[in-house]
Design a protein around this ligand. Structure first.
Ligand SMILES: Cc1cc2nc3c(=O)[nH]c(=O)nc-3n(C[C@H](O)[C@H](O)[C@H](O)COP(=O)(O)OP(=O)(O)OC[C@H]3O[C@@H](n4cnc5c(N)ncnc54)[C@H](O)[C@@H]3O)c2cc1C
Length: 373
């Protein structure tokens, strides 16, 4: 049986590791010329790190990244709104939330999969469905497979063949991301920091002893030609320092969008995973973690003896409700954190100071729990 995965991102590579574990060797087709994602960081929450522990990769990911034990949000005057503990080491020894450079994560995953299984510079153009699936690439290369996974991200080509009616939902917000090597004297090395202003916010976290990952988000109406608005740059001196310390060409600018829920994630011998199936906004830092959970679920079903094709409907059955909730909550958090009206923002901050400790705990318990499989 020939199995193909389109996309050597977080989801595609993690899936390949679970398939390999069962003796299924997939071919992974990746459009990029190298496994080198753009310079940004990623937070791997406890749910994702449990998966990597299962794969025997947690130690190397922790070694390349930074253990994060808490998350703090303050208002525009730097008054604390909420402080959440992310330290779950009491639940399972050796498992932490980890902030890591995306390139380091991809390198660790790709090395574990084996470079020989990843075909670079192969951008899928279209597919011809049938009992044998035909893959047509932009460079006119062709290939076939019996089972196909679309792990090709938010703008998935595979999805356009499976669910042509699917739509991306613009949030009216944009973001900038970068990594720099500046020194922040007050930096708390194991805390992820966010500051919420009016219609804008920014955050940063240490990735490793030399690198800080930062992001800044603005409501789109303040943005001209993709440039970081002056009001955001002067929001806090730290923003200015982090932006100045990052080469302008390395700053990634993107619109924030998610995918409206699909009626199904699979059809016959084709299955979508990760952002291709359920892209979410980045507000909860869960998009990558959910791609990793898709791969984990397929892996666990294979371990239980299911045939690979039979895992497609089960993946959807086990995961759809959970993912839908995360997509909704993340969208809502995006609206709440970007309020523009100062009275609405003040009320939000007041309400969060009262409710965040218990609500945050409940939400974290939901996210970190993989018992559904
Ligand atoms: C600003 C921002 C911050 C985020 N922060 C976090 C975070 O802290 N934690 C978290 O868990 N998630 C975060 N996310 C979400 C996370 O980046 C995605 O959910 C995750 O990358 C999805 O993984 P994936 O494997 O499904 O897709 P991707 O990582 O997008 O991988 C898709 C792969 O497919 C390849 N590809 C695409 N099209 C083709 C084609 N036609 N042919 C061949 N190959 C193709 C791409 O080159 C890529 O390698 C963030 C997202 C954004 C935008």
């Amino acid at each position: 049986m020939e199995v193909a995965i389109i996309g050597a991102g977080i989801g595609g590579l993690t899936l390949a590791l679970y398939l390999k574990r069962q003796g299924i060797i997939p071919v992974i087709y990746e459009s990029a010329t190298a496994i080198e994602p753009a310079g940004a960081g990623i937070m791997l929450a406890y749910n994702a790190m449990q998966v990597f522990e299962d794969l025997g990769l947690a130690e190397s990911i922790i070694a390349a990244g930074n253990k994060i034990k808490g998350f703090e949000v303050s208002d525009q005057k730097e008054r604390l709104i909420m402080a959440t503990s992310l330290d779950h080491s009491h639940i399972k020894k050796g498992i932490y939330n980890v902030a890591i450079h995306r390139a380091d994560l991809q390198r660790i995953l790709a090395a574990a999969v084996g470079d020989e299984h990843i075909l670079l510079s192969r951008r899928l153009k279209s597919i011809e469905k049938g009992s044998k699936i035909k893959l047509l690439f932009e460079d006119d290369h062709q290939a076939t497979c019996d089972l196909l996974f679309g792990a090709d991200g938010i703008k998935s080509v595979v999805r356009t063949h499976l669910a042509p009616q699917s739509t991306l939902r613009d949030t009216g917000q944009v973001c900038w991301r970068g990594i720099c090597t500046t020194i922040l004297p007050d930096l708390k090395s194991d805390i992820a920091i966010e500051q919420w202003g009016l219609g804008q916010r920014f955050g940063y976290v240490l990735l490793n002893p030399g690198q800080i990952y930062w992001f800044a988000v603005s409501n789109e109406k303040y943005v001209v030609d993709g440039k970081l608005p002056e009001r955001l740059q002067s929001f806090n001196p730290v923003v200015q320092q982090l932006v100045t310390a990052t080469p302008a060409t390395k700053i990634i600018y993107s619109k924030i969008a998610d995918l409206s829920p699909l009626p199904y994630w699979y059809q016959a011998n084709i299955c979508l995973i990760g952002d291709a199936a359920h892209a979410t906004t980045p507000n909860m830092g869960q998009g990558g973690c959910q791609a990793i959970e898709d791969a984990y679920t397929i892996g666990k079903l294979l371990e239980q003896g299911y045939a690979l094709k039979d895992t497609f409907p089960l993946l959807q059955q086990l995961r759809r409700k959970r993912v839908k909730k995360i997509v909704q909550q993340s969208r809502l958090l995006g609206h709440i954190s970007q309020l523009e009206n100062k009275y609405a923002a003040a009320f939000r901050n007041f309400a969060l100071r009262l409710t965040a400790p218990s609500a945050g705990k409940k939400q974290l318990n939901f996210i970190i729990n993989l018992d559904y499989i």
